[in-house]
Design a protein around this ligand. Structure first.
Ligand SMILES: [Zn+2]
Length: 168
């Protein structure tokens, strides 16, 4: 979904070749509308063989279970994003314990993103579903709900179920 107007001066953008591909460029001020994936973080909060899942009430994947996750704000580190999203969506304060994987995510219809998946343990707080969830619950890796949203969430959980790890 490309922008139509220049965010600097409001002029209608026109396609022009820049750095080897067609990009939306402002004919007035020359500003290029660079389009890049957005960084996001997801967290596997673990309690032995249980993981913390949220049931979403917003699209995409409304009604399905997902790992707590969200987009990085411009003024925070990706680690802070991970901790903040868990707190907002589940009420728990967590401590990150490892990096599980990094995905280029094609199945988020809102925008292309890079999903950094962390592992974490709970440190404080109590379970309270956030505004974007109807429920938060611990789920056993051996009895996961069938309706898990996002392909990368399913990949991560299946790997953890089998005891496979991937470290970078
Ligand atoms: Zn402009």
């Amino acid at each position: 979904m490309s922008p139509r107007f220049c965010i600097a001066c409001g002029t209608e953008l026109r396609p022009r070749e820049v750095d080897g591909r067609s990009r939306q460029v402002c004919p007035e001020c020359g500003r290029v509308s660079w389009e890049n994936p957005v960084p996001a973080a997801a967290v596997v909060v673990r309690r032995a063989r249980e993981v913390l899942l949220c049931r979403r009430i917003i699209e995409p994947y409304a009604g399905q279970w997902t790992l707590p996750a969200g987009y990085q704000e411009v003024d925070e580190s990706i680690e802070s994003t991970a901790v903040r999203e868990v707190r907002e969506e589940t009420g728990l304060v967590v401590r990150l314990t490892g990096l599980i994987d990094v995905f280029t995510t094609p199945d988020d219809p809102r925008k292309p993103s890079i999903l950094v998946v962390y592992e974490a343990e709970e440190a404080d707080g109590e379970l309270v579903p956030g505004e974007e969830c109807s429920e938060v619950a611990w789920a056993s890796l051996d009895a996961l709900p069938r309706d898990i949203g996002f392909a990368n969430n399913r990949i991560v959980l299946e790997r953890l179920r089998k005891g496979e790890t991937r470290t970078w």
